[in-house]
Design a binder for this molecule. Structure first.
Ligand code: ADP
Ligand code: F6P
Length: 480
């Protein structure tokens, strides 16, 4: 690559912000799933940088292209890598292990080999793409080896790493057969960022326990003598942009239409999650079923809408979860629905930002009840969308967002009775109380938005502020 087309600011993430999909009309692009893309898109757009990532699908990658002021550099993943690196080591080993082992992590040696090979490919691409003395910001658990690989090739770079998911306590991490490689991979960065102070502490403690290093405060001297900073930078949303979408007349009329289609119920309970076993969807449905059975809630006064975005559909735990959730939805609707009035509206689909905003507007109660979640941006999007300050957020204590959204109705989702009771309390909460809570959380999100997150991390990495204002009203939906 000629020096002139190299980029001073590079993001490396498993996924690009858009996914290549094949429809009856040919190939098109769709916004990629997950909170990482929601958060990083406005940041990278403002920095006018290059985003390296997988474009979805298997086999050869499309040529580099530009989108919304960013250069996108697609990296290929081949069929065996999808099975071993992505579905295997990333999503059947690391994902469950890092989420408190809510499902049993599986370990296979050939998965690890593929994880290393794919991490090498991303590191090579970053080394080719970054301008001299540039900044490379590596994202998430799929790419934990990239910082050290990249540092070996390009010691001139400033390298950051941010983990979007929890980092587990030592008792769990030490189960990982390749635990030393992962720690050393991360220590290749100058700054390793986490969602919570507890996660950063877990990491620092492990550098002492497994590598014999001597962390002091937020710093630890790596084996090559560099100082590495490990600290919490809780991620957030583009609050102003979410407010703008929620305030648009088109979204309001869509919301009115939706409410009417639901039969104008008194209370709408909403869940919006990737269909993932960490999200506690089946427990939430069970709580709703028991509330209907106890006569504490009834259809059509109260209905539930559950959006379950398709995710990692070939991984066994995800297949099993889909069967469980769909069986439970069928059971609830069979027992408590009426002709034309289901108790649970279940939507296994992707939506645009506007459609999601309309759902947030009709949700009297938003139920965000993961067993474990790095942050959970859906909770923050709901709060920021409530421009009228009413509505009730039921939020798991085990979501990173619970540390930021302290005025939510917080709950331990493992405790089914507590979950039932908090859903009832939230649904019946007086509007003055709702306003007090939502207002205060909205104020918090205004000061702690994604710009604040990125600035905090990049300042620690020694990156000066760009002149560009962050304005991301055009998070990609579908583009070609
Ligand atoms: P995770 O990163 O684990 O998926 P988050 O709650 O942090 O969880 O982020 C999910 C992001 O994906 C949010 O920005 C949300 O708006 C978006 N999202 C969730 N469900 C859908 C859907 N069905 N269609 C489109 N976007 C979705
Ligand atoms: O941090 C959450 C995350 O795993 C991201 O890394 C990822 O992009 C998103 O959720 C969606 O998952 P996937 O890329 O496996 O569809």
């Amino acid at each position: 690559m000629p020096e002139s087309s190299k980029s001073p600011f590079v993001v490396v993430a498993n996924r690009l912000p858009v996914d290549r999909i094949t429809t009856a009309d040919g190939q098109t692009w769709r916004r990629s799933p997950g909170g990482l893309v929601t958060a990083l898109h406005p940041v990278l757009q403002a920095e006018a940088g290059c985003w390296i990532g997988w474009a979805g699908g298997e086999g050869e990658a499309p040529a580099p292209f530009s989108l919304d002021n960013m250069q996108l550099s697609p990296v290929p993943l081949y069929a065996d890598e999808l099975r071993n690196y992505y579905e295997g080591f990333s999503n059947a080993t690391l994902w469950p292990l890092y989420h408190d082992a809510v499902e049993q992590p599986a370990f296979h040696r050939h998965w690890w080999k593929s994880y290393e090979e794919v991490n090498r490919r991303f590191a090579d691409r970053a080394a080719e793409t970054a301008a001299p003395d540039g900044v490379v910001w590596v994202q998430d658990y799929q790419l934990q080896l990239v910082p050290a690989m990249l540092r070996k090739m390009r010691p001139d770079l400033r390298i950051g790493f941010f983990l979007h998911i929890p980092f587990p306590p030592a008792e769990l991490f030490v189960q990982l057969p390749k635990r030393l490689d992962i720690l050393r991979g991360l220590l290749g960065a100058d700054v390793v960022g986490f969602q919570s102070p507890g996660a950063a502490q877990n990491f620092l403690r492990l550098t002492r326990q497994l590598l014999g290093l001597k962390p002091r405060g937020h710093l630890v001297e790596a084996e090559d003598g560099r100082q590495v900073r490990a600290e919490a930078y809780p991620i957030s949303i583009d609050t102003v942009s979410v407010e703008r979408v929620a305030g648009s007349p088109a979204v309001h009329s869509h919301a009115e239409r939706l409410r009417k289609e639901l039969g104008n119920p008194k209370t709408v309970i909403l869940g919006v999650d990737r269909l993932d076993y960490t999200k506690g969807i089946e427990q939430r449905l069970k709580a709703f079923r028991e509330l209907l059975a106890d006569g504490e809630m009834s259809v059509p006064d109260t209905v539930m809408v559950q959006v379950a975005t398709p995710s990692r559909e070939r991984v066994e735990h995800y297949k099993a979860l889909r069967r469980t959730v769909e069986r439970e939805v069928g059971r609830i609707n069979g027992d408590y629905g009426r002709l034309g009035v289901p108790a649970v509206h279940y939507l296994h689909q992707s939506y645009s930002r506007e459609e999601l905003a309309a759902l947030y507007l009709i949700a009297d109660v938003m139920a965000v009840t993961p067993f474990r979640d790095g942050m959970n941006l859906v909770a923050k999007e709901y709060v920021a969308s409530r421009l009228s300050n009413d509505g009730a957020l039921v939020l798991s204590e085990f979501a990173g967002a619970a540390a930021d959204l302290k005025q939510a109705f917080q709950v331990n989702p493992h405790d089914l009775d507590a979950l039932k009771s908090v859903l009832l309390t939230a649904a019946a909460s007086p509007v003055e109380e709702q306003r007090r809570r939502i207002k205060s959380m909205r104020r918090y999100l205004r000061g702690h938005d994604v710009k604040h997150w990125a600035r905090g991390f990049l300042t620690a990495l020694g990156v000066p502020e760009t002149a560009t204002a962050y304005d991301s009203d055009n998070t990609p939906e579908t583009s070609t």
